[in-house]
Design a binder for this molecule. Structure first.
Ligand SMILES: Cc1cc2nc3c(=O)[nH]c(=O)nc-3n(C[C@H](O)[C@H](O)[C@H](O)COP(=O)(O)O)c2cc1C
Length: 260
C-alpha cells in the first residue's frame, strides 16, 4: 500500500511518550510542513505558540480539564485562530483612510472571520499531526484548550482577535503505545452520504451502535445508571462539567471577538 495511505489508516492518538526530546531539526521539519497547509485566501489566519516553559505546561494540565500527560509531552503546540495580525496590518496599511475616502465604515472581524480562522488553524494542526506521524512522532489533540478562555488569554498574552482553538501534544510513543490497537470507527454508511444528508431513526441507530454497545457494556444492562451508549455519552461528555465550561468559555470569547 502507498506509504501515506498506510500512515493515515494506522494513525492513533498517543498520550504516553518516551523521555526523548525532539531535536531542533525534527521540530523544524514539522513546522515547515505545517506552514504548507492549505489556508483560506493564502492569508494564514492562524498563529502557533510552541509551549516550552514547564510551568506553563503544568498550568495547562489544570486548565485543560486535568490531563497530566500534557506536562510530560516534550513538544506542545498551541494553534490559534488569528485575525489580529491581518486587522493590525489593515490599520497600518491605511485601510481606515481608504474607507473614509470611499465613504464606508471600516469593518472589524466578525463571526464568519472567526470560523474561517478556526478552519485555517485546525487544518494547520492536522498537517502538523501527520507530518509528525510520518517521522515516528505521536500526538494528541487537547480540545479542552477552548475552556478557561480568560486564563489562557492572560497566560499567552492573547489579543482580542486571537482564539486558542487547539492544543496538540507531541512525543515519541512508548513501545506500549506503538503496540496499542486502533480505536474503532462507525461504518462509512453512517458518515458519508451521497448528494443529500441522511437523518437516522431508532432502527438505524440501534444498528449503528450495536457493536459499540456490546464492546462497552459486554452483557451488562447498566453502567453507572446508563443503559446504552447514548445515555452514557450524554452524561460523560455532552452534559459534563467540561462541556459546560467549554460552552461558557467559547461564548465569552465569541462575545469579546464580535463586540465593537
Ligand atoms: C478536536 C479534538 C479534541 C480532542 N481532545 C482531546 C483531549 O482533550 N484529550 C485527549 O486525551 N484526547 C483528545 N482528543 C483525541 C480523541 O480522544 C481521539 O482522537 C479519539 O478518541 C479517537 O482515537 P484515535 O485518535 O486514537 O483514533 C481530541 C481529538 C480531537 C479531534
Amino acid at each position: 500500500m502507498d506509504k501515506t495511505m498506510e500512515l493515515l489508516l494506522n494513525r492513533k492518538s498517543v498520550r504516553v511518550y518516551e523521555g526523548k526530546e525532539l531535536s531542533k531539526e525534527v521540530k523544524k521539519r514539522i513546522i515547515a510542513a505545517t506552514l504548507r497547509a492549505p489556508t483560506a485566501g493564502n492569508m494564514m489566519l492562524y498563529s502557533i505558540i510552541e509551549v516550552n516553559e514547564q510551568r506553563t505546561k503544568d498550568t495547562l494540565v489544570r486548565t485543560c480539564d486535568n490531563q497530566p500527560f500534557i506536562a510530560k509531552a516534550p513538544f506542545v503546540l498551541l494553534f490559534l485562530a488569528d485575525y489580529q495580525r491581518w486587522y493590525d496590518y489593515f490599520q497600518v496599511s491605511g485601510v481606515e483612510h481608504l474607507c473614509e475616502h470611499k465613504g464606508i465604515v471600516m469593518r472589524k472581524p466578525k463571526e464568519g472571520d472567526l470560523f474561517l480562522a478556526c478552519c485555517d488553524a485546525l487544518i494547520a494542526a492536522q498537517t502538523a499531526v501527520i507530518a509528525a506521524e510520518s517521522i515516528g512522532i505521536g500526538s494528541c489533540y487537547i480540545g479542552d484548550i477552548m475552556e478557561n478562555y480568560e486564563e489562557h488569554k492572560e497566560l499567552f498574552g492573547l489579543p482580542k482577535y486571537v482564539f486558542p482553538i487547539s492544543l496538540v501534544c507531541f512525543g515519541y510513543p512508548t513501545r506500549q503505545q506503538r503496540g496499542r490497537e486502533l480505536t474503532p470507527r462507525f461504518d462509512k454508511k453512517y458518515i458519508v452520504f451521497e448528494d443529500r444528508y441522511s437523518h437516522f431513526g431508532r432502527e438505524e441507530f440501534e444498528e449503528m451502535y450495536r457493536e459499540r454497545q456490546e464492546q462497552v457494556f459486554g452483557g451488562r444492562t447498566e453502567i453507572k445508571g446508563a443503559r446504552n451508549i447514548g445515555q452514557m455519552m450524554y452524561t460523560k461528555k455532552f452534559d459534563s462539567d467540561f462541556a459546560h465550561e467549554m460552552t461558557r468559555s467559547v461564548r465569552a470569547m465569541v462575545q469579546a471577538w464580535v463586540e465593537d
